[in-house]
Design a protein around this ligand. Structure first.
Ligand code: ARG
Length: 382
């Protein structure tokens, strides 16, 4: 099994800790002079090789890590992230239960709330827990090595590993919920069935069907309400929280222009094109482009009808520019990765397209674990 490289020397931790404590005091009204806290952190580090964030430091650190996420267009609301402090939890069953509770609270009956749950950090004695699943909610992909016939091909390797481990599989639909895979401290990875009430899902229909056509109801398309990334590491002031699932709300294009559309995911453009009666024999009819627009209309319409929060890419782009202005007024640079910020359809019709950004990495941050990809695919699970 993969050796994790999250160990740092005490000197490295101290450097990062000092920087973060200063930032926290600078940005937190009433936090006062950092010197007392710095001395305490220094002593704790010398004594134990690590230190404990105060609840306020944890909240601000998790929020600033969002603020520093260069690939995220949705950062305007970084300062309202809800932080669930579960640092005391190290066992897989308790962690899984809290992940499902996270989903319920974040879903909030459809009014999605950006939320993070922070589990135990790495310590010099032992690495913290890990969530192998890429997101808290994932759909199975069934097939063999060469072709996935049903479901989300992205999750086919994990699905296969789970089946080998003894998961009995779902109903065999394209949208079967996968169990969550969690590895507790000093334990092997274990899987936990996702309770049906934890994962709200939205049936996808096309708006033009409501008045006359069938709205694609017969296709049985659906998507889950909350995107909750669960295999990134939260790093704050030199401390690593390897299990810290977080969510925002969806932007429609993530589902309509990627998850349901990508050729190596649900690959729905050909079917949508045919359904719309488009000439799919030639690229120059722009049937793919037209199918993309209709698929995205269907996603936004369906979430609206289900009263589940979703942003469209025009609104979210404008919000991002507001975020840039606001941060600039506060004297802070905003890093961004153009290729992730610009939406996958109609890029040039959004204001975020028409400028450049600097892609600097700063801390606190959400970082990819070494080996996260392998784990999300269930490699070494059996
Ligand atoms: N793109 C990913 C998905 O489609 C989710 C990434 C995070 N997205 C978000 N809106 N917070 O599931």
């Amino acid at each position: 099994m993969e050796i994790l490289q999250r160990r740092s020397t005490t000197a490295q931790v101290w450097g990062a800790a000092e920087e973060f404590i200063r930032l926290f005091h600078r940005e937190t009204p009433g936090a006062g002079d950092p010197r007392t806290r710095l001395a305490a952190v220094r002593a704790e580090l010398a004594e134990s090789g690590t230190y404990r964030h105060t609840p306020q430091e944890l909240v601000h650190g998790a929020r600033v890590a969002w603020r520093n996420s260069n690939r995220c267009i949705g950062r305007l609301y970084w300062n309202s992230l809800r932080v669930r402090d579960r640092r005391g939890l190290t066992d897989s069953d308790a962690i899984a239960a809290e992940c499902f509770e996270h989903l319920r609270e974040a879903t909030n009956g459809g009014r999605v709330r950006p939320t993070i749950t922070v589990f135990a950090p790495d310590t010099p004695q032992s690495p913290g827990p890990l969530i192998w699943s890429e997101q808290l909610v994932r759909y199975a992909g069934y097939g063999d090595h060469h072709s996935v016939t049903v479901g989300d091909a992205r999750n086919a390797p994990l699905t296969e590993a789970l089946l080998r481990l003894g998961w009995s599989g779902g109903a065999g639909t394209p949208f079967d919920l996968l169990p969550l895979v969690v590895q507790g401290v000093d334990d092997k990875p274990r899987w936990f069935d996702t309770p049906a009430d934890a994962a709200l899902e939205v049936p996808i229909r096309h708006p033009d069907g409501d008045g006359g056509g069938d709205g694609w109801a017969d296709w049985g398309l659906r998507w889950h309400a909350v995107p909750a990334i669960s295999n990134m590491c939260l790093e704050i002031g030199g401390i690593h929280y390897p299990a810290a699932p977080f969510n925002g709300w969806y932007m429609g294009t993530e589902i309509g222009a990627r998850n349901l559309a990508d050729a190596d995911r649900y690959n729905l453009l050909p079917a949508v094109g045919r359904r719309l009666g488009l000439d799919t024999s030639s690229d120059r009819s722009l049937w793919k482009d037209r199918a993309l627009v209709e698929l995205n209309r269907a996603v936004l319409h369906s979430f609206d009808r289900a009263e589940v929060t979703i942003a469209d890419h025009h609104t979210e782009s404008r919000r991002f520019l507001t975020h840039l202005e606001r941060e600039e007024r506060r004297g802070r640079d905003v890093g961004a990765d153009w290729s992730w910020i610009v939406p996958p359809i109609s890029g040039s019709a959004t204001p975020v397209f028409h400028r450049t950004y600097e892609d600097r990495q700063v801390s606190p941050a959400y970082v990819h674990h070494p080996g996260a990809q392998d784990r999300a695919q269930g490699r070494d699970l059996v």
